[in-house]
Design a protein around this ligand. Sequence first.
Ligand SMILES: [Zn+2]
Ligand SMILES: [Zn+2]
Length: 300
Amino acid sequence: MDETTPEPTDERLRTAFQLLASETRLEILHALWNAPEWTATFSELKEAVGMRDSGQFQYHLNELTGTFVRRTEDGYAHLAGGIALYRAMLGSVAGPETVDSIPLGDVCPACDEELELAYENQVFYARCSACGETVLSSPFPPAGLENRTDEGRLRAFDRWTRRLIGLLGDGVCPWCASTVTHELSTDSTDGSPRSVRITHACDRCGGFLRTTAGENVVDHPAVVAFFYERGVDITEIPHWELDFCTSDEGVELVSEDPLEVLLTVEESGDTVTISLDEEMRAREIDRSSFGARSDGSRDP
Ligand SMILES: [Zn+2]
Ligand SMILES: [Zn+2]
């Protein structure tokens, strides 16, 4: 961004936060949050907030209008953004700050030691207890840790992460709904194999997640059907237990620019090959029985 040009988004963001620096306005938002269908009349709000001066009260309501509140025929209602703010905070201010790591019952693709799920800074990390390799990570509100057993937390993390990856892969930011850019990186640290990772980053809020090729095709109908036809419902298997989601096994980098990755997944001796492009569009390009595609070649 050109330094001489004012940044309208930043300005609007600062203004929105400044609006919250008023006890009266916070009281108004709180009253609306607790009102039926997040809607209340002027006098209901005024009474809930306990302010006598109508002029002053109207001023604060006007300030909020357009950013957190909208005017209705009978009064005022929370805008969806105002409700989302409350929900984000409710997810964030509840629950424990840390929990003990939970064994994932699966091994690290890098060193074969046990993987565990750790929780730090409101982010879940599925990582190796020995070498520190992180196979999956995603932000998770601490409220989601409450009232759940370890088993329930594992399931919630799996479901939550799949939804995040699904939306990001579809080009919709799960945090602010803006557009998403996908970028390929190929890491190669000493001795370890070259790994293909895709970083999905929101063009507006900067929210991002790094995924494997496999995580981007785990919900593709060809992959789900391929397993289902062989008696395996992968929609019910946590994705850290699916080897093609946590490792680069079967991944072939055809081209870096434009991005094209092939992923061959095996089950019961059969394989399915999926191609993934720079827009994260996945399509089945081959299906073979008994590992016929052993040369890694690409079919027309
Ligand atoms: Zn390891
Ligand atoms: Zn975003």
